[in-house]
Design a protein around this ligand. Structure first.
Ligand code: BDR
Ligand code: CA
Length: 315
């Protein structure tokens, strides 16, 4: 049976691929709805981009819900320096078509709560590929849903790897560390894909070409926007391609044999100073802290990209 997911995202190039991968794998994933949060760009921009991506996939019937425009406590931080002004800029300069649809009336946080409450117990998986504001707000408003969720799959954090927005912090966690901390302390069944794994999944020139040539009509558009996405990381870090962070979450749900990890205790540092927003994992169980997350550390990058290309080609 397909895994029912709510995808909470801030598209964003890699979020866009996560959405498309989920839509391209109907035997494994049923997308109940997209909930959107402010992150890579403003909420208005991330909602527009979610609608654009659905239009690209000819799946405008999938419902989009706008969520929180800003973090719980701190001021908003965005990432136009990585994703461009639109949040989904392309190398060719031709943006994805303007959506004909709009977000639904309901707030994303209410949608998350209502959907989990109205579904069979432990049948819904929440996937979070942006700042954790919507998820934290839902857990705070309706703590009963934490145990009703099947699982929460997060892209966020950096354990052994350095950060990308401060030396210590990964962007999604840094934007709303207070939300992230409350989510990691919630007791939800969490699987987390941080930089330790996502940095292994780089969009090399050969992979970009393969997306362009072998992933059909959608692949051509995806290659154009990933070509833009590659530019910042390649010039900033000297890598052979940007890491394709967010789709790791969905790929794991489709084929768990692609990745490996271990259960451990993860905490989020919300104290002021250089470690603000840092995720700390008790890798060697040196404390008595109870494990609260499956931390993914290894994966097969070739098979990961093969899966993406195969699934995009079906859209
Ligand atoms: C994360 O931040 C965003 O820029 C990406 O979409 C990804 O979710 C990587 O730090
Ligand atoms: Ca994201």
């Amino acid at each position: 049976m397909a895994t029912k997911i709510i995808l909470d995202c801030d598209p964003g190039h890699d979020d866009a691929v996560a959405i498309l991968l989920a839509l391209g794998a109907p035997a494994h994933i049923e997308v109940l709805g997209l909930t959107v949060v402010g992150g890579n760009v403003s909420l208005q921009g991330t909602v527009t981009n979610a609608l654009r991506v659905l239009m690209l996939a000819n799946r405008e019937e999938v419902a989009v819900y706008a969520g929180c425009p800003r973090p719980l406590v701190r001021e908003m931080v965005t990432a136009e320096h990585v994703h461009g002004e639109s949040g989904l800029d392309t190398a060719s300069g031709e943006l994805l078509a303007v959506p004909k649809t709009t977000a639904r009336e309901k707030h994303a946080v209410n949608y998350i709560i209502d959907t989990i409450r109205q579904s069979e117990s432990k049948s819904v998986t929440l996937v979070a590929t942006g700042p954790l504001t919507n998820v934290a707000a839902a857990f705070a408003m309706a703590p009963d849903i934490v145990d009703e969720l099947k699982q929460l799959v997060i892209m966020g954090g950096a354990f052994h790897e350095p950060g990308n927005i401060t030396p210590a912090a990964e962007f999604n966690i840094y934007v709303d560390p207070h939300a992230a901390r409350s989510v990691f302390e919630s007791g939800a069944a969490i699987t987390v894909f941080g930089f330790d794994i996502t940095h292994q999944m780089r969009i090399t020139p050969a992979r970009l070409k393969s997306i362009q040539n072998n992933a059909g009509r959608t692949g051509k558009v995806v290659a154009d926007f990933l070509d833009f996405f590659n530019q910042y990381d390649m010039s900033k870090y000297g890598w052979d391609g940007a890491p394709l962070h967010d789709p790791c979450t969905v790929a794991w749900l489709i084929d768990p044999t692609l990745f490996e990890g271990s259960q451990m205790a993860v905490t989020v540092d919300t104290t002021d100073g250089p470690n603000f927003g840092r995720t700390v994992a008790d890798w060697y169980a040196v404390t008595e802290q109870k494990p609260n997350a499956l931390v993914i550390s290894h994966g097969d990058s070739d098979r990961f990209f093969e899966l993406i290309i195969k699934r995009l080609a079906t859209l």
